[in-house]
Design a protein around this ligand. Sequence first.
Ligand code: MN
Length: 239
Amino acid sequence: MSKPVIGLGGVLEKAPPTSAFPTFRRLFTNEGYLAKLQKAGALPILLPIASQADLECMVGLCDGILLPGGPDIDPSFYNQERHELCGPSDPDVDRYQIQLFHIARKLNKPILGICRGAQLINVAQGGTLFQDYRLQSVNPIIHPDYQRWDCVSHQVEVVPNSILSELFMTDSLGVNSLHHQSIAKPGTDCKVTAFSSDGSIEAIELSSGAWCTGVQWHPEAMGSEMDCLFEVFINEALA
Ligand code: MN
């Protein structure tokens, strides 16, 4: 059986001063996504920014699309003014990843969104974000918990009859939490499938079209207890 090809949306960043090429921008992804996809039996490839026609060709070569974590999405993409708590954004990357999403949907490719990727699915479907977790709740739990980046930071309540409830077979899941923004108004066909005790939306799935799930946590940074999420995505890509 041939391995499914998973295309990843990259993030642009200036190379650090210690790099041999500090003035260059580069497209990158974090190796955690690649390692988990490879462990699940996939061939991950990083998709460059390109024209609409070329992106359509590239997505056509893939069996699934992974939208990874990254910087904040520019608030203009969900028709809001920038709040002072919103972090830096790169509209070029936002535009290209939203294109990838829409092309993948058109071509019926399964999509897994992680952190920013989950937010991007929601924004592409017409939803909105909280520009900082402190704007959502007067008594929030600490969602940007960088000390516990690879282990459980808080629990999420999993909504029954969802992709996640069928996968993890539990109504409470321990997750890490490396986000300062979260989904506010769910977009078209975005079904909330997990939330935390302060009401923060922690996962969504699309109720129409090909398999599409977004999680606010970082399963690629956690242990093998999160491998099933990549496995089910790969199975969908093979189908
Ligand atoms: Mn969280």
